[in-house]
Design a protein. Structure first.
Length: 467
């Protein structure tokens, strides 16, 4: 159990904002998480508290849930006190009421009484608002309390509550920015350790170990499974068994989650040996130029979708210059030809979750009523963030070039984008891999600033780290 907390007033203030947004509209139920068994009951996965529960109640321990009554103003935390059998194994820990007092809650009840609160509200004809549950154990409990089956939970998921929570959590306060900065700095140290340890002949998992070592030494953990691979064209690979070879690159996408559960998310791509090859340098510069262009566009009022498309055009221009693409870059992006190389989105929100609040629905976090998410267009369907930027947003910028042989074969057989793609040239890059460069940014009143200390990213700087 961790009791890393902001001041009590932070949590009482957050809950008051939520109550104001949901005033006189029934009962809000916010589920904490419980231990999840890995292979038998008492051998659990590493505990991770629900981020929204942490945001409003701060308590990083399993077996808790809470209600906020928007009519009466009542706030209750539900949890069971330790038995003597528990204490034998865990030692003495703060009581539920002691923990609740730390975050400004005066009323606590045993966990089993939460179901009765919910049933009483329903019997009285009151609304019960829940967020989309993602843990199976919470789905089962909520279904029982709401007298429905698992599929029926959807009708209790409250879009009004989702939007109220997102409206608060999406704007990061200075306290939160400070925690994010701590997490980014740990992430930077992880990246540097991985880069400096990289050399021909070792396994990818040896680099993963270096990332974990730095995280644990800083009272942190990885916020998501590390992507450390010589096959950088595979966007989310978690296989670490490849042997590093001279002439290849390593793509390292890692992020630390600090003790307050705020996270970083950084990527660097670097040579296994001392230096990049000529081809690697050419395409690295293409990605870096796209990134630098995107950064210049970051400011309030600009749609991130337009930043994404601006970066895509810079990628196309660079690929035309090296002969892999041809024609007009703007026309190529309009047609979607750039997605042969850039299949994903330019970035996403960052906060307590690596993809911040993704459990609440990407269509609400990254988009608005006036800018709907495009769900069928290759490339854009993977853009998690499209909405207009606002001061206080924290997000990633992560352009890349990914050369996927299977995609080349599919599209070449279909003669797809033959006006924009030089397949004869592209096929000579089949074993190239992928390049991604990623940093984290706070949107300010006038533009943006990068979070964390400086992490080298130019070609010369990256190669200099290998000395």
């Amino acid at each position: 159990m961790h009791l890393n907390l902001f001041d009590k007033q932070v949590y009482t203030g957050r809950r008051q904002v939520l109550k104001n947004a949901m005033a006189n509209d029934g009962l809000i139920v916010l589920m904490g998480n419980e231990d999840s068994s890995m292979n038998y009951t008492d051998n659990a996965y590493l505990f991770r508290q629900d981020s929204t529960f942490l945001y409003y109640f701060g308590l990083d321990t399993h077996g808790l849930a809470a209600i906020v009554d928007t009519d009466s103003g009542e706030e209750v935390i539900f949890g069971n006190e330790l038995t003597i059998d528990d204490i034998v194994w865990t030692g003495t820990l703060p009581t539920v009421s002691d923990m609740a007092a730390m975050v400004g809650i005066t009323q606590t009840n045993p966990y089993g009484q939460l179901g009765q609160y919910i049933k009483s509200a329903l019997t009285a004809g009151r609304k019960v608002h829940i967020l989309p549950p993602y843990r199976p154990e919470n789905k089962i409990k909520l279904a029982a309390w709401l007298n429905t089956d698992l599929a029926g939970l959807a009708k209790f998921v409250s879009v009004k509550l989702i939007k109220a929570v997102i409206a608060q959590r999406v704007i990061k306060t200075p306290l939160e920015v400070a925690e994010l900065e701590k997490a980014v700095n740990i992430s930077i140290d992880m990246e540097l350790a991985v880069i400096k340890h990289t050399r021909p002949g070792i396994k990818e998992y040896e680099l993963v170990a270096k990332a974990h070592e730095v995280a644990i030494a800083n009272d942190a953990r990885l916020g998501y499974p590390a992507i450390i691979t010589t096959h950088g064209q595979t966007l989310h690979t978690h296989y670490y068994g490849n042997t590093l070879q001279e002439g290849r690159m390593v793509l390292c996408d890692i992020g630390a989650e600090n003790a307050m559960h705020y996270g970083g998310d950084l990527t660097r791509t670097f040579p296994v040996g001392k230096s990049f090859t000529t081809r690697q340098k050419e395409l690295y510069e293409v990605v870096l130029n796209a990134m630098n262009h995107a950064i210049t566009m970051l400011k309030p009022g600009v749609r991130f979708k337009d930043v994404h498309l601006g970066a895509a055009q810079k990628l196309a221009e660079g690929l035309i210059a090296v002969g892999i693409m041809k024609g007009d870059a703007a026309a190529a992006v309009e047609a979607g030809a750039h997605t042969m190389f850039f299949q994903c989105g330019l970035g996403h929100m960052l906060g307590m979750d690596t993809h911040d609040m993704e459990d609440l629905g990407e269509q609400y976090v990254g988009y608005t009523e006036t800018l709907k998410k495009e769900t069928s267009i290759f490339g854009l369907k993977s853009l998690r963030l499209g909405r207009e930027l606002e001061a206080g947003f924290v997000l990633t910028v992560e352009p890349g070039i990914y050369i996927i042989p299977e995609l080349i074969d599919r599209w070449q057989a279909e003669s797809k984008y033959i006006d924009f793609i030089n397949y004869d040239v592209l096929n000579t890059y089949r074993d190239f891999g992928g390049i991604r460069i990623e940093d984290n940014f706070l949107i300010t009143e006038t533009g943006s600033r990068v979070l964390g200390k400086y992490l080298p990213k130019s070609l010369n700087e990256i190669e200099g780290l290998k000395d």
